[in-house]
Design a protein around this ligand. Structure first.
Ligand code: HEC
Ligand code: HEC
Length: 235
């Protein structure tokens, strides 16, 4: 077998192995876990900073799982436990949507990453608060929240945006309510995109809806928000 094939085979075996034999396997698995932690640590920062509480909580959960797995690989699991305690402080900050507490607890977590690296003999691996987005293809803002705010601001004068008890459009007669529109069989995300990018200045039988002239980014936010008004599909 060629060396590359052997290497790939051993990686495949390491990844699929339920228990870890040789110390080399442990190190490879640890490094694998750590590379995931590194990405999740960076994503957590931008999600939290941009008030995307749901995404930040998701990343906290991912980090928690990986720290748990890290503890199982180490002779002394107490360091991983300490890191999980620091992570718990981040979780609490997110639950109370407290940005200053998030920043402080995030720094505590980062310090704990580095403390463990130093005490494990890997002092050269130093983690910091990320300076740039970790990936170019993911949004860290809460797109649904932006869409909701935009819909209330630009559509709410005519449409009931969420539900009739919380919204009262000022225009009479009012346009169909969004919860009703999204439940029409004819409704689709692509249809809505097209409708909102249409160059028609006036739409509808009574020519009541002026083209809102939204940017592509705003249209995607509104599409994302309206999607959440649909009843959840059975899982
Ligand atoms: C419980 C101890 C411990 C904690 C906590 C810990 N690490 Fe590590 N980390 C290690 C060890 C041990 C290594 C070296 C693994 C190896 O190569 O054998 C490592 C290596 C790394 C590496 C280098 C991986 C590579 O292959 O280049 C990164 C990146 C990393 N850790 C990120 C993090 C981040 C981010 C955190 C905090 C969210 C963190 N670590 C928390 C023990 C820890
Ligand atoms: C000036 C009032 C007004 C504003 C502002 C407005 N709409 Fe409308 N909209 C209407 C009226 C009236 C209708 C019903 C027209 C019809 O039945 O064709 C309508 C219909 C729609 C429909 C249904 C289209 C269809 O295929 O039947 C959608 C979707 C829609 N609006 C989305 C929006 C969104 C999203 C916004 C904000 C970006 C918005 N509207 C802002 C008045 C408005």
């Amino acid at each position: 077998m060629r060396p590359v094939t052997l290497l790939l085979l051993s990686i495949a075996l390491t990844l699929s192995a339920p228990s870890f034999g040789a110390p080399g396997d442990v190190s490879a698995t640890l490094s694998e876990l750590m590379n995931r932690l590194q990405l999740q640590h960076a994503k957590l920062w931008f999600a939290g900073k941009l008030n995307n509480w749901a995404l930040a909580s998701y990343e906290v959960q991912q980090i928690d799982t990986n720290l748990e797995a890290t503890g199982k690989l180490l002779a002394d699991p107490s360091r991983a436990r300490r890191a999980k305690e620091k992570l718990q402080a981040v979780r609490e900050a997110l639950q109370s949507k407290n940005l200053p507490a998030f920043t402080t607890s995030y720094a505590g977590l980062t310090n704990e990453c580095n403390d463990c690296h130093r005490t494990s003999g890997f002092a050269a691996i130093t983690i910091q608060t990320p300076l740039t987005l970790p990936v170019p293809n993911q949004l860290f803002v809460d797109q649904v929240a932006e869409g909701r705010a935009l819909a209330h601001a630009t559509c709410g004068t005519c449409h009931i945006v969420a539900d009739a008890t919380s919204d009262m459009p000022t225009v009479r007669p009012s346009a169909p309510a969004f919860p009703e529109i999204v439940n029409r069989p004819s409704f689709s995300a692509d249809g809505l995109r097209q409708f909102l990018t249409s160059s028609h200045r006036r739409l509808g039988p009574d020519q009541a809806m002026s083209n809102p002239r939204l940017s592509e980014y705003q249209i995607e936010a509104i599409v994302a928000y309206l999607d959440t008004l649909k009843p959840a599909p059975p899982r």
